[in-house]
Design a protein around this ligand. Structure first.
Ligand code: GLC
Length: 648
């Protein structure tokens, strides 16, 4: 094994103590304790040995700093030692089970703690509702400490302390408690790890602002306007309207600091091994609280290189690969979920290779955007092509499927293909944005633009699923017939999400058809950011209406639950099923075939305002999985925005 001897380093790493340490029970006798310790040490040594050479190679390639690598190894051991025994057992069970997050009984929900239940303790009290939703994966939106002023927190994505929970939401102890309670119920927890930047109120940023060189080297400070101009030329803007530019001027230092996102989010300098090490310690600290899935936020942006577009550089992959190995050494039960909102060709490489995996799971972002494109165009050809691309990837690649999240929908579509069908990029984006704002005749969608760029004419879009499907418009107009169609569309899109291999995620509120919340406009700290339109507080009155037969909420809630039940019970939904699309002579129809264990599922979706007659491939006995009826079938009468799951 290569030398990992530790010598002095420039700053002492923070302690690996976990909030759950206090709850760990000591083994009965000293001998038993020594044996447990010896066994644990052997497990750690074996895991480290498995990855050591590759980890060291990559680390030295990037940093050429043996002392810092030695420190990293020491710290991994300290975090391993501090890891709760229950979590260690879960690690072993998950190592044995393999890709546990791919099971078809997994259903996720993403939520802001304050919106859902006020505090972390509040979430714990509401677990019965979460279980009622059949949800066994909760993504708690950013809850670490951020500036109190919401206009400087980016919805929690400007972290000022990676080891402290926002006081109004609770404490690290509450989090560890929630995680333990969730584990006892078979629920896993996901959290964001915002690794590209810190808030300008983070201690490092404050010390950098005070001129301490050690801390300035953790960010990118620039005086030379020429360099700033080159970045401006080569690097695309993230928030062209709400936060234009890549640098923020700091008068106290008479220098600019790199801020690719908002001016108060300072980009971390991963060329500095101290940044990498400290961020890995933060990651392990959070994993030790009992977090199961770490969502690595904005990961493509973490390595900067003048003269490039600073996206997806090879060093990013080196860092993610190292993070994967560090996780596998200390806490192999955890999953890395990469937030890679990029063109499809850039996304799949974040899975790494079979021998050298990076992320366990990635967002299926292109499929999500293409789904809404299909809603607006009633043309399923691009979605079919996108489905085929996903199906051609190795089955071990696991995607997180979703209809919408807390962010805007960016129209990252395959414009090469669309243009061959007469849909050029700029007018097509304009069409989509007009359609979803409800400006196009026949559109029932409601929502708002996000970061409309006056220079490029580009804009993204924000709204809840229900509002995009017409539930808001139909409710406002009191139009029952329109409501029936809107609910059907909403359910059909969820059914399509459940049909895909991977982990389906529902945004909290979507399960009861919650519509846009315009209240953010009255809050000066939020008014500038239209993403708050779909981040409204969860409406518990709506949740009560699931008890009212025939209510919008009951119809959506019960149907989604029924679909989840079917999904978990039928092997054709397994991540190992064969999946392909089927040619059908109607461009509004998307037809997906899933086969497994001698059974075949025909999942057919009508992306059209018209009813359709669907011809089955052959007259035969099929079971309609939704109604449970089995009959000999040649054709199916499908309403507008309807779907079927037919099993043979
Ligand atoms: C991610 C988050 C987004 C945030 C950004 C900056 O993309 O999803 O909400 O604004 O990172 O941290």
């Amino acid at each position: 094994m290569a030398d990992t001897t530790r010598t002095t380093t420039s700053a002492t790493p923070a302690s690996p103590t976990t909030a759950s340490d206090a709850t760990t029970t000591a083994p009965a006798s000293k001998t038993a304790m020594r044996m447990t310790r010896a066994r644990a040490d052997a497990i750690f040594a074996e895991r480290l040995a498995r990855h050591h050479d590759e980890l060291r190679w990559l680390y030295m390639e990037l940093y050429d700093n043996g002392d810092m690598f030695a420190e990293l190894c020491d710290e991994m051991k300290r975090f391993f030692d501090a890891r709760d025994n229950k979590l260690k057992k879960l690690d072993l069970a998950r190592e044995e089970a393999g890709a546990w997050y791919r099971a078809t009984d997994m259903v996720g929900m993403q939520m802001y703690i304050d919106n859902f239940a006020g505090t972390i303790k509040g979430v714990e009290k509401k677990l019965d509702y979460i279980e009622r939703c059949h949800v066994n994966y909760i993504h708690l939106m950013p809850f670490l400490d951020t500036p109190a002023d919401k206009s400087r927190s980016d919805g929690g994505y400007a972290v000022s302390d990676f080891r402290r929970v926002k006081p109004e939401l609770g404490t690290m102890g509450d989090l560890a408690h929630l995680a333990a309670t969730c584990h006892a119920k078979g629920i896993s927890l996901c959290m964001d790890f915002v690794m590209n930047h810190t808030s300008d109120e983070h201690e490092w940023a404050q010390r950098a602002r005070a001129g301490e060189g050690e801390y300035m080297s953790r960010y990118f400070f620039v005086r030379d306007q020429g360099i700033i101009d080159r970045y401006t030329r080569d690097v695309p803007q993230v928030f062209p309207t709400t936060a234009p530019g890549h640098f923020t001027y700091l008068p106290e230092l008479d220098q600019c600091v790199m801020t690719q996102f908002y001016p108060y989010q300072w980009d971390l300098n991963y060329r500095n091994p101290r940044v990498f090490n400290e961020m890995m310690y933060n990651f392990l600290f959070l994993a030790n609280q009992g977090i199961d899935i770490i969502r690595i936020d904005a990961v493509p942006y973490i390595w900067k290189q003048l003269g490039t577009n600073c996206r997806n550089l090879k060093q990013v992959h080196t860092i993610v690969r190292m993070m994967r190995m560090i996780g596998e050494i200390v806490c192999p039960g955890i999953v890395l979920l990469g937030e890679v909102v990029m063109a499809p060709v850039e996304v799949a490489p974040y899975f790494g290779t079979v021998e050298k995996p990076e992320c366990h799971m990635l967002y299926n972002v292109t499929t999500m955007a293409t789904t809404w494109n299909t809603v607006a165009t009633r043309d399923a050809r691009l979605l079919r092509q996108q489905t085929d691309i996903v199906c051609s990837l190795p089955r071990s690649y696991t995607f997180l499927n979703y209809l919408r999240c807390h962010d805007d929908i960016g129209w990252g579509l395959d414009y090469g293909t669309l243009s061959t069908w007469g849909m050029a990029e700029v007018p097509h984006k304009q069409y989509l944005n007009d359609y979803f704002q409800g400006h196009t005749p026949g559109s029932v969608s409601r929502g708002e633009l996000y970061n409309a760029d006056p220079v490029t004419g580009d804009a993204r879009f924000c709204a809840t699923t229900a509002s995009m499907c017409g539930i808001e418009a139909a409710g406002f107009e009191g139009d029952d017939a329109a409501m029936d169609i809107a609910i059907r569309k909403d359910i059909m899109l969820h059914a399509y999400m459940f049909t895909q291999s991977g982990l389906p995620i529902i945004y909290s509120g979507d399960e009861v058809g919650q519509v846009n919340d315009y209240a953010y406009k009255d809050d000066p700290e939020k008014a500038e950011d239209s993403r708050y339109i779909h981040r409204g507080a969860f409406n518990w009155d709506l949740a009560e209406k699931i008890e009212e037969p025939g209510s919008v909420q009951q119809r959506i809630f019960d149907t989604l639950r029924a679909l989840e039940d079917i999904r978990r019970g039928e092997p054709v939904f397994s991540a190992d099923a064969d999946v392909h699309t089927k040619d059908y002579d109607d461009t509004s129809i998307l037809w997906i075939v899933r086969s497994r264990g001698g059974k075949t599922l025909h999942a057919v979706f009508n992306f059209s305002d018209d009813a359709k007659t669907i011809w089955m491939p052959e007259t035969a006995e099929y079971t309609d999985l939704v109604s449970g009826e089995t009959a000999e079938i040649a054709t199916i009468a499908m309403p507008s925005w309807g779907f079927v799951w037919m099993l043979r």
